[in-house]
Structures are given as structure tokens and as C-alpha cells.
Ligand binder design. Structure first.
Ligand code: PLP
Length: 374
């Protein structure tokens, strides 16, 4: 058996830390109370969509954001009444209808999506609250920042939508160099002022995700969309005391002795150097252990950087470890889909059913695995 264990005290600590940091926002606009939007996409960053949403709400985060229609509906079906923003824009009629019926704030990210949302709202005889997205250089959803005149013309004709918020998304806010993020921010602020000068309501404004929020307190505007910072799993240096959330707990299921020179695992990558006592742990890559983002479509220079780091790791002999009774043990051979083997030769105390802890990013832990809030 296994569970992803989430420490409530640590999670609360992270939420409180983010709230404390957000107080730096008051210089921007004292009329609007600063909002922290809890991003709960990806099964609540792996913490469980509903449990995580409820935990955030219980701790004062009263706007949630999701990326799919399914996520939005699941939250509503759980009886959660708080504001929900759907961050992706869609032109698909069925999806728009479902979102409107479930009282979700829809993102309009193109002429077509805006017209569709308006059209369906008109048909249903409602005014739909929407989130206007400006593309400041991401190339995904959003009206292009350089196209504001055309955007204004389109929006002026749509009377069944009510823009309650306007936002953009950074593509490189985690990077050491700030230049591109500053360019995106300036594009956003500029686009917003053109809209406002032309009497287009913009609602509250937000552009920061976790990295940007932690790095640029001059870019806070009226709100920030926070996901990974709640888990303390951030790319920027953690100088904020954020705690790392999520650890896999399981139990030792088998113990045995293997002779010297014996193979362990697929592909025969490892032979025992001595008679070895091993313990088998029922966790593998299916559970997210040692799973990383693949380096898809990276620039050549980044690929070289990753290659360099991999080679460096090779010499550092970065072994994978698990923790039993606060001591670390080395994983032997390749990781299986559901199993790993560890070396416990020098330990006489470890026995069947002892608890084992593995550091795994909850995002990679299959949603079928139990989440345990302790
Ligand atoms: C995922 C996402 C976020 C949250 O990003 P973090 O870096 O995890 O805080 C914010 N905004 C948008 C549009 C997102 O898709």
C-alpha cells in the first residue's frame, strides 16, 4: 500500500508565507484588495483537486483557477461555490455552455472565442463573466498585445459578456535573466491602458505566476496566480522558507539475500559486488519516482546544458535514495514500473512493513494513489 502524504502544517505555512509576501502589493492600488488566485490544475498540482481546493479555501484563498472544463465541473460537483476561473480559452460550443451553466469565469483569448461566448450567453439570456487574456509573447491564448485597436472594436460589439478580470502569462519568469519578463509586463500594462482609455472595462489585473510573484514585487498588479509556490517546489531559489510539500509513503514488502555477482532488475545494469541483503519497495516510475520532464524541442544550447549536467551527475554518482527511519538507502538497478530494490546489507533492524519515504513531485503521482492529509 502507498499514499502521497501532505503535511497540512507545512502547506498552511506556505499559504501564509505567500499571503505575507502579497502585502508588498499595496503600493500598486489601494482601492482593490489584492487577490491570491489558487491554481489547482493538474489534479491540484498532484495534491488532489478537491482536497487541495478545499484546503486553500479553508485558508482564505477564495478564487480558484483551472485549465480544463473537467476540472471546473469536478470542483462544482463537489459543492464548492467559490469563484473559479477557467484559464484556457475555448471556441467549442459544448464546452462554453457547460462552463456557463456551472458559473465559471471563462477566458476569452481570441475574437472567435469572444464572439462564441457572447452568442451562447445571448441564447441563454445571461451575461457571462469573462477573463480577458492578452498574449504578450507566449503564442498560445490571448488577443495579441499589438492588436488592441481591433480588440476594442470586437469587444465593443459584445453585450452579453462582462470582463471581470484581464491577464497575461509569462513564458520565462523563472529564468535568471529578467529582460523578456519585463518586456511582457510592459506590453501588458500598455495594452490595458489602451483598453481603459477606450472605455473597455478590464476588471482586476494579473500577470504573475509563482516565479514572477516571488521575484518581481513591482509586477503584482491586483492579483497573482499561484500554483507551484504552494508546494514549495519552485524553480527560483527558495529564500522564502517555503516548505516542500508531498512525500510518498509505503512499506517494505519483501526482504531477501542475494549472492555475490547476482543481477538486479531489468536490462541487467547491476550485479551485486558482495552477498547483499535487499529490500523490495512497491513504488516505481508509474508512481512518479524519478520521473522528469523530457527535454522536448529545447534549443540546442539548452540541450547541451542538460547534457553537461547529466555528465556532471554521472561523475558525482548521484544515486537515488529512499528514507527509512530517517536514514537514506541506495536504489539498486533500474526502476521498475511498480518496484525498486534497495541495499540494506549493513542494517539488521529493517524489517517487513517498515515505512519507507520517497521524495516525488506530487504532479507526477498518478491520481489513483491515495492522498493523505496529515
Ligand atoms: C499554471 C499556471 C499558473 C500557475 O503557475 P505556477 O508557476 O505553478 O504558479 C498561472 N497562470 C497560468 C495561466 C497557468 O497556466
Amino acid at each position: 500500500m502507498k499514499a502521497l502524504v501532505i503535511n497540512k502544517k507545512d502547506l498552511k505555512h506556505n499559504i501564509d508565507t505567500i499571503k505575507e509576501l502579497s502585502k508588498k502589493s499595496k503600493e500598486f492600488d489601494t482601492n482593490i484588495e489584492f487577490k491570491i488566485i489558487g491554481v489547482v490544475k493538474g489534479n491540484g498540482y498532484g495534491l488532489g483537486l478537491i482536497e487541495f481546493s478545499k484546503f486553500l479555501i479553508d485558508n482564505g484563498i477564495n478564487i480558484l483557477a483551472v485549465s480544463t472544463v473537467e476540472e471546473a465541473i469536478e470542483i462544482r460537483n463537489a459543492g464548492i461555490k467559490e469563484k473559479i476561473i477557467m484559464l484556457s480559452s475555448t471556441c467549442i460550443e459544448k464546452e462554453i455552455e457547460l462552463l456557463i451553466e456551472n458559473d465559471i469565469i471563462l477566458t476569452i483569448g481570441s475574437e472567435m472565442s469572444a464572439i462564441k461566448v457572447n452568442e451562447i450567453s445571448k441564447k441563454l439570456n445571461v451575461t457571462t463573466k469573462v477573463n480577458l487574456k492578452i498574449d504578450t509573447g507566449f503564442g498560445r491564448y490571448g488577443f495579441l498585445y499589438s492588436d488592441m485597436e481591433k480588440t476594442i472594436e470586437i469587444l465593443k460589439k459584445l453585450h452579453n459578456i462582462d470582463i471581470v478580470t484581464t491577464f497575461s502569462h509569462f513564458s520565462m519568469s523563472f529564468a535568471k535573466k529578467d529582460k523578456w519578463t519585463k518586456i511582457q509586463f510592459d506590453r501588458f500594462v500598455n495594452a490595458v491602458s489602451i483598453l481603459q482609455e477606450n472605455k473597455i472595462k478590464t476588471g482586476f489585473l494579473h500577470i504573475c505566476n509563482s516565479s514572477a510573484f516571488l521575484k518581481f514585487d513591482n509586477m503584482y498588479l491586483n492579483a497573482a496566480r499561484i500554483g507551484s509556490a504552494f508546494l514549495g517546489r519552485i524553480i527560483v531559489p527558495n529564500t522564502f522558507g517555503l516548505k516542500r510539500i508531498g512525500v510518498m509513503r509505503t512499506n517494505i514488502s519483501e526482504i531477501k539475500i542475494l549472492p555475490k555477482g547476482y543481477n538486479i532488475g531489468y536490462s541487467n545494469t547491476l550485479k551485486t559486488k558482495r552477498e547483499t541483503k535487499v529490500a523490495i519497495i512497491p513504488v516505481g516510475y508509474y508512481d512518479g519516482f524519478n520521473v522528469r520532464n523530457s527535454h522536448d524541442n529545447y534549443r540546442i544550447r539548452d540541450k547541451i546544458r542538460y547534457l553537461y549536467n547529466d555528465v556532471k551527475d554521472l561523475f558525482k554518482n548521484k544515486e537515488l535514495k529512499v528514507t527509512i527511519n530517517d536514514k537514506k538507502y541506495t536504489v539498486m538497478g533500474k526502476i521498475g514500473m511498480y518496484h525498486i530494490v534497495i541495499d540494506i546489507t549493513d542494517n539488521d533492524e529493517i524489517k517487513i512493513n517498515d515505512e519507507v519515504y520517497l521524495d516525488i513531485n506530487p504532479l507526477y503521482v498518478d491520481s489513483s494513489i491515495r492522498r493523505e492529509y496529515i
